[in-house]
Write a protein that binds this ligand. Structure first.
Ligand code: SAM
Length: 251
């Protein structure tokens, strides 16, 4: 099975559980931030849109969103909650975007989803296609974990208790390959109905590597924050929000 097929299979497994697993994450600050960058009349493209956790509230703020995702089951969840919002979806691989001549004022990829491209060449190809799809003056925004954030890379293997109650146990089993920069997870859930496995496979990227890949793709970093509220990035930050424009584009 190729990489696209594998990611599809993993995320199809997540789809019925994804919104419940992440119900505690407020997408409002992300939607506010992204709406301010898209500007009045701007159109957005979300890569790895999933169930529309961010795309739907962004559309509520008046920004039409096109979302691309490899998992039909995740997109089915999005459509179940879409209502009459201006969100359209495409099934596809974000390393193999079919621009069809479309240009966007805003392209974004959130929640470390860029890392689901499992090799550096696929990550480089994605950034190159993004650069070609930005409208003049458009912005590309990536939200991702900073790889050395506590917990993620603590050794080659770890098993962590995420939640433990009288009726429920959540574990994360993590295998890390520091040479390939890959992490394979199983989120393991036990409750009275039985056991569930929720798998994740990702290739993390350090900030320096991301900026080099972006530069090679013709993208230029303009801003970098620690969160969607624009807090400054510090040595203890665990995630970053990075904003790029096409090199040579008017800031
Ligand atoms: C963690 S979810 C993020 C969903 C949404 N962006 C959010 O913030 O909640 C990751 C998503 O990436 C999608 N995905 C993984 N690999 C992909 C690829 N190569 N191209 C497009 N989507 C991909 C999965 O199907 C899944 O919906």
């Amino acid at each position: 099975m190729d990489e696209t097929g594998r990611q599809q299979q993993l995320w199809d497994q997540w789809a019925p559980h994804y919104n419940d697993e992440h119900h505690g994450r407020d997408p409002g600050p992300a939607a506010d931030f992204l709406a301010s960058l898209a500007g009045a009349g701007g159109r957005a493209l979300e890569l790895a849109v999933g169930t529309g956790r961010i795309a739907l509230p962004l559309a509520d703020r008046g920004i039409p969103v096109t979302g691309i995702d490899v998992s039909p089951a995740m997109l089915d969840e999005l459509h179940r909650h879409r209502g009459d919002r201006a969100v359209t979806t495409l099934i596809g691989d974000m390393a193999d975007l079919d621009a069809g001549g479309e240009r966007y004022e805003l392209i974004y990829v959130a929640f470390s989803s860029f890392f689901f491209l499992m090799t550096q060449p696929r990550q480089a190809a994605c950034l190159q296609q993004i650069a070609g799809m930005l409208a003049p003056g458009g912005r590309f925004v990536i939200e991702a974990t900073i790889p050395r954030a506590p917990g993620l890379l603590a050794g080659r293997q770890q098993l962590a208790i995420r939640d433990l109650t009288d009726t429920h146990l959540s574990l994360s089993a993590i295998a890390h390959d520091p040479i390939a920069q890959t992490i394979h997870f199983q989120e393991i859930r036990f409750d009275q109905s039985g056991m569930r496995l929720l798998p994740v496979a990702m290739r993390y990227v350090h900030l320096s590597e991301l900026d080099l890949l972006a530069t090679a793709a013709g993208l230029h970093l303009t801003d970098r924050y620690a969160d969607w509220h624009r807090a400054p990035l510090t040595a203890t930050s665990t995630q970053h929000i990075s904003v790029y424009t096409r090199t040579g584009a008017t800031p």
